[in-house]
Design a protein around this ligand. Structure first.
Ligand SMILES: Cc1cc2nc3c(=O)[nH]c(=O)nc-3n(C[C@H](O)[C@H](O)[C@H](O)COP(=O)(O)OP(=O)(O)OC[C@H]3O[C@@H](n4cnc5c(N)ncnc54)[C@H](O)[C@@H]3O)c2cc1C
Length: 335
């Protein structure tokens, strides 16, 4: 058990080869596991317990579940996976790599957990999510997910009409400005050394978005610790209750090097993701990827849908492999 991993519960790992190991138990991993378990596949989800939206008090923008606390969604998801025989283990994957194939030539993967336990799987679904990298502004990180936000659809409505500041990190921040302007009349754009062309400046002016080009020195709080604004490098204080930041999004790769999954950079330094094709397939036979690990802008609904699609695709390919093996065995007996 790694230091940061909450110890919800833990089961003995299967000693026999399981059909699928899912690495990551967020929306993507759990929905993949649900599809597999309901198809009577043996599936083990390994989850290190640090989902991306952990700082948020409620999940928004996904019908039926809108307003539900993220831990409650995961708790319900885990319960549903378990109801169909899926297993959830709270631990970190330390290594994952291809192993020697079975005697009938089927793929095998060896997974080692941070506590040293091991298991073998026929297929792997990577659903490890991503890490948001914030710009290095003193005092910013402590408000992340509450008064420092990145997603207008996740928590924009909750900060409507507040004095909001966009801390620019690149071209994506201009897009951010249009979306947050829809939520408040009081918007300030801190350029932080990024370029703004003449056309964008005119468009900002037309929408009453103020531009501040003096660099931001630090985030300032009220006495009770609430975010109250930013101090500029010339010591001017600009009152703001909310700061919006386009983070750099990095797919989580811990423990996965052995799978040798190809990765891709997004333009404008927006982030890095695992490359994938239809249904989350990758260039590595037997390994799928779903959710934020490959789709950096996916929200909870899209991540869950991608996990479900990958899970059903894995099941379909396993059904073909099982049939191929049965046919080969039958032909060996009769031949
Ligand atoms: C502050 C904030 C608020 C958000 N609010 C919303 C919202 O309101 N609505 C919405 O739709 N979206 C929201 N999002 C986006 C949402 O968090 C993602 O869409 C969603 O979490 C993606 O699901 P996922 O399963 O791909 O990844 P995650 O939910 O991040 O799950 C990945 C899991 O993999 C585990 N993991 C990683 N590496 C390993 C390893 N080596 N071994 C074992 N386990 C591992 C992690 O611990 C984690 O539990 C928000 C994001 C942030 C940052």
């Amino acid at each position: 058990m790694s230091a940061q991993t909450p110890h919800y519960d833990s089961d003995a790992l299967p000693t026999e080869t399981v059909d699928v190991v899912v690495i990551g138990g967020g929306a993507a991993g759990l929905n993949g596991a649900l599809m597999l378990a309901r198809s009577r596949r043996s599936v083990v989800v390994i989850d290190s317990g640090t989902p991306r939206n952990a700082p948020a008090s409620a999940m928004h923008g996904f019908i039926v579940l809108d307003g539900t606390p993220p831990p409650e969604i995961l708790k319900r998801g885990r319960r549903q996976v378990r109801e169909y025989g899926g297993q959830i283990v709270f631990e970190e994957v330390a290594t994952a790599e291809p192993a020697a194939p079975s005697t009938d030539g089927d793929l095998r993967f060896a997974i080692t957990l941070a506590d040293g336990r091991t298991l073998t799987a026929r297929r792997v679904l990577v659903a490890t999510g991503l890490r948001d990298v914030l710009p290095e502004v003193p005092g910013l990180a402590r408000h992340w997910g509450r008064n420092v936000v990145h997603c207008p659809y996740c928590h924009g409505y909750e900060v409507r009409d507040e004095p909001i500041g966009i801390l620019a990190t690149g071209p994506a921040s201009v897009h951010h400005a249009w979306l947050f302007r829809q939520l408040t009349d009081d918007l300030v754009y801190f350029t932080r050394g990024t370029e703004l062309d003449t056309d964008t400046r005119a468009r900002f002016a037309a929408r009453n978005i103020r531009i501040i080009e003096t660099d931001v020195k630090e985030v300032v709080n009220d006495d009770d610790g609430t975010l109250s604004g930013v101090r500029l490098t010339d010591y001017t204080f600009v009152e703001r209750r909310v700061l919006a930041v386009a983070t750099q999004m990095q797919a989580r790769t811990e423990g996965l090097d052995g799978l040798k999954l190809p990765m891709e950079d997004l333009p404008h330094n927006m982030g890095r993701r695992f490359a994938s094709a239809v249904a989350g397939t990758t260039e590595i036979p037997g390994v799928w990827v779903a959710g934020n690990a490959t789709d950096l802008t996916a929200q909870v609904g899209a991540s869950a849908a991608a996990g479900a699609l990958a899970g059903s695709h894995i099941n379909a390919l396993l059904a073909t492999a099982d049939t191929d093996a049965a046919l080969a065995a039958a032909q060996k007996t009769t031949g």
